[in-house]
Design a protein around this ligand. Structure first.
Ligand SMILES: *Cc1c(COP(=O)(O)O)cnc(C)c1O
Length: 234
């Protein structure tokens, strides 16, 4: 444990193992408080904008699950790492353009951001190609119905998920979402949980540095944490 948990300050690589340990402890404690298993919530270390050394530091400290929001940035940063760390688990958490789908399914173990019908069609084709790494896909829900934000609207979520699974055969295992900044996040987390429950989807990816405790209370199985682990991004 470190007494002075100053994650807003500039990152100090030597602090990474301690921050990771503290975060894991907090996550486990929140899961236990919610009467769930201490290991029932996975930490997605969001390394976007951070250098490869930060990823290496986290890997040395035992972290294997990472989130990146851009295909090209992740391809460069994680080059060769799946060979060195066979249990590396890389998640795409940012928007995916259809012209990058082939690169994305070769690189990411999980795509968390299936956010529109056209992308579902493209994924269905790309996932049939040889050399595909992606095994799981989450549907991104725009729970706040924000026009500028990606994601399926809540009213359309049921039909979209059903179509992805039954007609397209996509390996949909859960939902992900980002609540609107000015809203009470718990309502949005609960909405995501209900959608997952209706379709018996086991994964719910929600909660970031500022609200992951609330997300766990509402049933998150994956929390995506960047700033609280690696420090402030530029
Ligand atoms: C950047 C990002 C995160 C991490 O945000 P922090 O507040 O730095 O923890 C989580 N999810 C998504 C989709 C992101 O783009």
């Amino acid at each position: 444990m470190i007494d002075d948990f100053q994650y807003i300050d500039a990152p100090t690589p030597s602090l990474l193992p301690a921050r990771l340990a503290e975060l894991r402890q907090t996550i486990a404690a929140e899961a236990t408080l919610s009467r769930r298993g201490a290991n029932s919530v996975a930490l997605v270390a969001v390394s976007k904008t951070r250098p490869r050394e930060d990823v290496m530091g986290a890997l040395s400290a035992g972290q294997r699950l990472f989130g990146e929001n851009r295909v090209q940035e992740a391809a460069a940063k994680f080059a060769g790492l799946h060979d060195d760390y066979p249990d590396l688990d890389l998640h795409l958490i940012g928007p995916l353009q259809t012209n990058k789908v082939r690169d994305a399914v070769a690189l990411f173990d999980v795509i968390e951001t299936l956010d529109r019908p056209k992308l579902a069609e493209a994924l269905a084709v790309a996932l049939k190609a040889p050399g595909v790494r992606t095994k799981r896909v989450l549907v991104e829900i725009n729970s706040g119905e924000e026009p500028q934000k990606a994601g399926i609207l809540p009213a359309e979520a049921d039909a979209f998920i059903t179509d992805c699974i039954t007609r397209l055969g996509l390996p949909i295992v859960g939902v992900m979402g980002i609540p609107p900044v000015d809203d009470e996040p718990s309502l949005h987390f609960a909405l995501l949980r209900e959608i997952a429950k209706r379709h018996r989807l086991p994964w719910i990816s929600m909660g970031m540095s500022g609200d992951f405790a609330l997300a766990i209370q509402q049933g998150a199985t994956h929390v995506r944490i960047g700033t609280a682990l690696f420090g402030t991004r530029e």
